[in-house]
Design a protein around this ligand. Sequence first.
Ligand code: GLU
Length: 322
Amino acid sequence: MKKLTVLLLSLALLCLCAPIQSSARMRFVTIGTGGVTGVYYPTGGAISRMVNKKAKVYGLKATVESTGGSVFNINAVVNGDLEFGIAQSDRQYQAYHGMKEWKGKPQKDLRAVFSIHPESITLIASDASGINSLKDLKGKRVAIGNPGSGQLGNSRDALWLAGLDEKKDIKAEYVKAVESASALQDERIDAYFYTVGHPNGSIKEATAGRVKVHIVPITNVKPLTDKFPYYAAANIPMKFYPNATNKEELVPTFGVKATLVTSAKVPDDVVYAITKEVFDNFKDFKKLHPAYSVLTKKNMLEGLSAPFHPGAIKYFKEAGLM
Ligand code: GLU
């Protein structure tokens, strides 16, 4: 008798729930971002906010996930675990062409949607460490990035530029950027690398504590920009970090771009909806983060190396951007 009651109750519940679920016909997509103190996380929020305003029109809702960063996001997108991911332009290039972490395994299903804010290779060190150039990293405890991050590759290239060996010359730590600011303040590390847009929560946190810190200039980057097509010289505006001990207004370094990627398997109308809502509401989108101040509709189609997704192409053609 008891069993029968349970069965009948569950059947009744099923009848109640099933029509609601199917009538909603809402599709959910997830955007992989980065640590919560970076710019990818709020960027995922900004993109999803644009498209979620029209959730009913498109039958589409976007949510955001904090992840280990670019490399994690690209892998999750091509494996079908995430529909979208934010990834550095250099990582997009390497994945599509089968280099670095993807050596011999080109990710041919990877698709570009659009590019976003510029990111700079940011080396931040405690004043007490005496690190004032890349060469000074010798013998120091340096967080160079977690394995899923974009910055791990950039830190390695920076070490190469300085002629330093990751295994022999420094004490490399592979912690996440989100943990690095407190590690620097707790004096557990001397410096950390973070490839990130500015301003961001991580550098704000790292400059706000008891331990005095500064951003280390990375100069003479020509060997890097000559060797790799995705690098360009860049500057970090110090006005964002008044508590850093730097005297200069701009700290030189090299940089890449953040980009939005997806898989060839994601339906065209989903990619179209996201592209259209960001570009049609471009003025509102730009207001969502100070790192977007340099964005133009035109430069958001630059710096991409995987083929554009057909859903993005459809919008760009309609809008006369392509
Ligand atoms: N560029 C970093 C990465 O790819 C993430 C930066 C951020 O979260 O803003 O891992």
